[in-house]
Design a protein around this ligand. Structure first.
Ligand SMILES: *Cc1c(COP(=O)(O)O)cnc(C)c1O
Length: 402
C-alpha cells in the first residue's frame, strides 16, 4: 500500500538564522525602533524591496495587517466599496470590514480565477479593487488593471500566496498600487506570522508606516538614503493618523531574512512537484486541473483540482477514502466552517451574496498541500492515493448501478 507523505511539517529554518537570533537573544534587541539604524526589520524591508524591484517595503505583523493598512493608506471614504473575488480567505473581506469599508464580491470561475465579465459588471460604484491571488492562481491582470485604470480605481494585490509568481515578465505583487505578502507558516517563507507590503507610492507608504506604529520620529528609520518625496510625505502625515501598532519584531525579521535566498529553489521545486502531480491527476476523467494562464509562471506549494461528474455523496466518500489513506483533501465548500467559502463569512454587511458560479466551483474544488520539500516519490504517492480514491468511488457506482 502506498505510504502517504507528511505534507504538514515545515522545512527547517536555515542555519544562517541562528547566529543572528543568538545575537538578538543576548542583546534583547527585539523592537524594530530600538537600534539607531539597520535593525533586522529595516534590513528585511530593504532586501525585500530590492528583490521585488519596488521603491518601498513595510514589514508588519501579518498579510492581513498589510491589507488593512494598504486600504487605510489609500484614504478611501468611510463606507467605500472594495471589489474582491468571491473565492479567497476570510482574512481578505475581514481586512476590508476592519478598514471601515464594504466588500463587494464578484464571481470566480472553475479555474479559480476572477470572472472578468462579472468583475466588470460590478465595477460601477466601487472605490477600490482588492485582487486576491487565491492559492497563487493569477487572474488576467492585464484585463483587471486596464478596467481599474480606466475608472481611476486603485488596485491592492493580495499576493499572500504568490511570492515568486511571474505574470507576463512582472512580479506578482508589483502590478497594483500596493502588494501584500504573508510570512505565515503555510506560505513560501515561514516566520510563524508576518507580512510585508510593497509599493512605489511615497505618500501611501508614509501613511502606512505611521499607522503601523512609527510614532514620533520613528519614521526616520524607514529611510535608508535621503528621499525628498518620502520625507515630505512623512512631514505631511505626522500626528494626523491613528496608530494601529502592527509592527514586526526583529526575531521574525531574522527568521525571514535567512529564507530569502531559499525562495528561488522553493519556487522551482514547488512548481516541479505541482506539475508532476497535475499531469497525473488531469489524466483521470474524474479529475480536472485548470491550466496556468498564458504568461503565468506559478510558484505553488499546493494543488487544486475539480471533481468531474461526482455527486455530493460521492464527493464526501472520495475525501473520506483519501483521508483514510493519509492524504487530506480539503473540498472548500464541503464543511460547515471552511474559511474560504464565502457563505461562511457571516460578518459581511448585507448578508451572503448570491454567487452561483463560485458556489458550484467551491462544492467540487479540492485542495491538497504539496510543499516544495516533497520528493518525487512523495508526489507520486499523493497522486496514487487521490486517483485510487476517485477510482474506488466510481467503481462503487458501477458495482451498485447507482
Ligand atoms: C494566508 C493568506 C492571507 C492571510 O495572511 P496572514 O499573514 O495569515 O494574515 C490572505 N490571503 C491569502 C490568499 C492567503 O493565502
Amino acid at each position: 500500500m502506498t505510504q502517504a507523505p507528511n505534507v504538514h511539517d515545515a522545512e527547517p529554518i536555515p542555519e544562517a538564522a541562528r547566529a543572528e537570533i543568538d545575537r538578538l537573544l543576548s542583546s534583547g534587541d527585539l523592537f524594530r525602533y530600538t537600534a539607531p539604524q539597520d535593525a533586522p526589520v529595516a534590513l528585511l524591508e530593504r532586501e525585500f524591496a530590492a528583490e521585488m524591484g519596488t521603491a518601498y517595503a513595510l514589514a508588519v505583523s501579518s498579510c492581513s495587517a498589510a491589507l488593512f493598512l494598504s486600504l487605510k493608506a489609500l484614504d478611501l471614504p468611510r463606507g467605500g466599496r472594495v471589489l474582491i473575488p468571491g473565492f479567497t480567505f476570510a482574512a481578505v473581506p475581514s481586512s476590508v470590514v476592519h478598514a471601515d469599508l464594504v466588500p463587494v464580491l464578484c464571481e470566480v470561475g472553475e479555474d479559480y480565477r476572477i470572472d472578468l465579465a462579472d468583475f466588470e459588471a460590478r465595477l460601477d460604484g466601487v472605490d477600490a479593487v482588492l485582487v486576491s491571488h487565491m492559492r497563487g492562481h493569477t487572474s488576467d491582470m492585464d484585463a483587471i488593471m486596464a478596467l481599474a485604470e480606466a475608472r481611476g480605481l486603485p488596485v491592492v494585490e493580495d499576493a499572500a500566496h504568490s511570492l515568486g509568481t511571474i505574470w507576463r515578465g512582472r512580479k506578482i505583487g508589483t502590478l497594483g498600487r500596493v502588494g501584500c505578502f504573508s510570512f505565515q507558516s503555510y506560505k513560501m517563507v515561514n516566520a510563524g506570522e508576518g507580512g510585508i507590503l510593497v509599493t512605489d507610492d511615497a505618500d501611501l507608504v508614509a501613511r502606512a508606516v505611521i499607522m503601523s506604529g512609527a510614532y514620533e520620529h520613528n519614521w526616520a528609520k524607514h529611510m535608508a538614503a535621503p528621499d525628498a518625496a518620502l520625507e515630505a510625505a512623512f512631514a505631511r502625515w505626522q500626528n494626523r493618523l491613528p496608530l494601529y501598532n502592527l509592527r514586526l519584531n526583529n526575531l521574525s525579521a531574522a527568521i525571514i531574512r535567512a529564507q530569502l535566498p531559499e525562495i528561488a529553489r522553493r519556487v522551482q521545486a514547488g512548481r516541479a512537484n505541482h506539475d508532476r502531480v497535475a499531469a497525473r491527476l488531469d489524466a483521470s476523467p474524474w479529475l480536472s486541473v485548470p491550466e496556468a494562464l498564458v504568461g503565468e509562471e506559478r510558484a505553488p506549494d499546493s494543488i487544486q483540482f475539480n471533481l468531474v461528474g461526482l455527486g455530493d455523496a460521492e464527493t464526501r466518500d472520495f475525501a473520506a477514502i483519501a483521508a483514510a489513506r493519509g492524504v487530506k483533501v480539503q473540498i472548500f465548500g464541503q464543511s460547515a466552517d471552511n474559511a474560504r467559502a464565502f457563505w461562511n463569512w457571516g460578518f459581511l454587511p448585507g448578508g451572503t451574496p448570491d454567487l452561483p458560479r463560485t458556489r458550484a466551483m467551491l462544492m467540487r474544488a479540492c485542495d491538497v498541500r504539496l510543499p516544495a520539500r516533497l520528493s518525487r516519490a512523495d508526489c507520486d504517492a499523493v497522486a496514487d492515493i487521490v486517483i485510487g480514491a476517485v477510482s474506488e468511488v466510481i467503481g462503487a457506482r458501477r458495482a451498485y448501478g447507482t
